[in-house]
Design a protein around this ligand. Structure first.
Ligand code: ADP
Ligand code: MG
Ligand code: MG
Length: 207
């Protein structure tokens, strides 16, 4: 199965629905180690993405993702908006104007998303950020590339779930949670959790 602009728009709509559903959970994760706004930030941002897509869907997957990126960057404050925005922007640039994505393009897209987050936030694996979810997700997607888009996204989501859980015992080294030093231990990073939720939504929507 290929994946065109309308399909990518549907993945984003599914991502927005998941974020809305888990808004309070993400807020609660951000409360003890941050400022309790992650769920609200993302929900507002993805809400704007969906209403923009309801007006008109760009012609290419890259166009859809670029629109999502600029919306997230302009509408979401804090760390996560620019980080997710940069991720989507890198994906859009990587995809260019190809009209349809195959499995290898989706893997390339995930690699570009990770590169964007790392370029913007300079976090490494083990710093207790969204990078801890996205890095194993990319590796799992690469390993499952031959199984098709839905299966590789599902493998990526599984790996991201584990990656998000892996942040719980870590000392946060980046972002607001890092201000707490050792007191950040014992909490799942909200951005890692939202990354895992988004990948799960994309995987389910791609089935
Ligand atoms: P803020 O901390 O500004 O309130 P959010 O609460 O929306 O922003 O997002 C916090 C999340 O952003 C963290 O849980 C973490 O996953 C992610 N984050 C913060 N700084 C970085 C960074 N430098 N690199 C990668 N991810 C980061
Ligand atoms: Mg916050
Ligand atoms: Mg904030």
């Amino acid at each position: 199965m290929g994946c065109g602009a309308a399909d990518v728009a549907n993945l984003l709509r599914a991502g927005a629905a998941t974020i809305a559903e888990h808004r309070v959970e993400l807020i609660d994760l951000d409360r003890p180690i941050g400022d309790a706004d992650h769920g609200e930030n993302l929900n507002r941002g993805f809400g704007f993405v969906v209403s923009t897509l309801d007006t008109a869907v760009p012609e290419t997957p890259g166009g859809v993702l670029k629109l999502a990126a600029t919306t997230l960057i302009s509408k979401v404050g804090g760390a996560a908006g620019p980080l997710y925005g940069t991720a989507f922007l890198r994906v859009a640039t990587t995809l260019g104007d190809r009209p349809d994505l195959d499995a290898s393009a989706v893997v390339e897209a995930l690699r570009a998303a990770l590169a964007g987050v790392v370029a913007r936030g300079k976090a490494e694996v083990g710093d207790a950020t969204m990078v801890d979810a996205l890095t194993p997700a990319v590796a799992a997607a690469e390993a499952a590339e031959n199984d098709g888009i839905a299966a590789l996204l599902s493998a990526a989501a599984d790996a991201a779930d584990q990656g998000a859980e892996s942040t719980e015992p870590l000392i946060a080294r980046k972002g607001r949670a890092s201000y707490l030093g050792e007191r950040s231990v014992g909490h799942v990073d909200p951005g890692a959790r939202s990354t895992a939720l988004l990948l799960r939504a994309f995987a389910e929507a791609a089935r």
